[in-house]
Write a protein that binds this ligand. Structure first.
Ligand SMILES: Nc1nc2c(ncn2[C@@H]2O[C@H](COP(=O)(O)OP(=O)(O)OP(=O)(O)O)[C@@H](O)[C@H]2O)c(=O)[nH]1
Ligand SMILES: [Mg+2]
Length: 247
């Protein structure tokens, strides 16, 4: 199986060299694409010099759009699976082999910080919101998910085909809406316990007000995702697939 590691990145020059070096110990950097999303620092040039493939957006479009670009890149370059991997050092390369192996049992596997009593530290407000979102998304996915907002995940061949056609781009909606979209297309989702590092720097977005706004927005997005008609390009892809099966 050909696996592409996709790193959505915005202004990560301080840490991206180190992150790619640790990644190269388990995965060839020629099979890593960094989607630079309008960074104003040296993120793209550092990644290129390290040996990663780099695709740059001219302006900042958000993580969802960056992943949409990565899935298109994967399809065009013959990859079977895509792993989303943060550029800030939070995700651990040693979990990559486990994610790939877990694809035997699902179309999408999410690395969960909280499965099996995981020890990742969050503020009570943020954790409460994440737990609530995980419960709602679990209903759509018809399986117990403890960390639906985790960005550490793998998409197998069927999911790559769906996400290359359409990936949700709304701010904060990409992680959860992509799961709803996938399950509505008949794909299966599972989770795998992982340990995540603390953020290497910067300011964590934690406050009760932010958590409340975040929940409201996610609920709105989930509501939309469940009633929205399937994007036309996905319908066309599904029809072509069915014709192929019938022929
Ligand atoms: N392409 C792209 N990547 C982004 C954008 N914002 C953040 N990222 C990247 O997405 C990854 C995760 O972003 P973070 O800001 O760390 O989000 P998070 O891990 O959910 O939040 P923290 O817990 O605060 O670290 C990192 O690799 C970022 O560089 C963006 O607008 N576009
Ligand atoms: Mg982070």
């Amino acid at each position: 199986m050909r696996v592409l590691v996709a790193v959505p990145a915005l202004n990560e020059a301080a840490v991206i060299g180190q992150v790619l070096a640790s990644l190269s110990a388990v995965h060839p950097l020629s099979d890593v694409v960094l989607v630079d999303d309008g960074s104003r620092d040296a993120t793209a040039s550092i990644a290129r010099a390290a040996g990663a493939r780099v695709v740059s957006h001219a302006i900042n479009l958000g993580v969802g759009a960056a992943m949409g670009t990565a899935f298109k890149f994967a399809l065009q370059n013959g990859y079977d699976a895509v792993i989303q991997f943060d550029g800030d050092g939070q995700h651990r390369p040693e979990n990559i082999a486990d994610l790939i192996a877990a694809l035997d049992h699902a179309d999408i596997v999410i690395g969960s910080r909280y499965a099996d009593g995981g020890s990742f530290k969050s503020s009570a407000a943020r954790r409460g919101v994440q737990r609530f979102i995980a419960r709602v998304v679990s209903m759509y996915a018809r399986t117990r998910l403890t960390d639906a907002t985790s960005g550490f995940r793998i998409a197998g061949p069927r999911a790559v085909a769906v996400f290359a056609e359409h990936y949700p781009v709304e701010w904060l909606g990409d992680t959860v809406e992509s799961i709803v979209l996938a399950t509505r297309q008949g794909l299966t989702v599972r989770e795998l316990p992982v340990i995540m590092n603390e953020r290497a720097g910067g300011t964590p977005s934690q406050s009760v007000l932010r958590a409340t706004l975040y929940t409201g927005r996610i609920l709105f997005i989930l509501g939309l995702a469940s009633i929205r008609s399937v994007p036309p390009q996905l319908k066309a892809a599904r029809r072509a697939e069915q014709k192929g099966v019938a022929a």
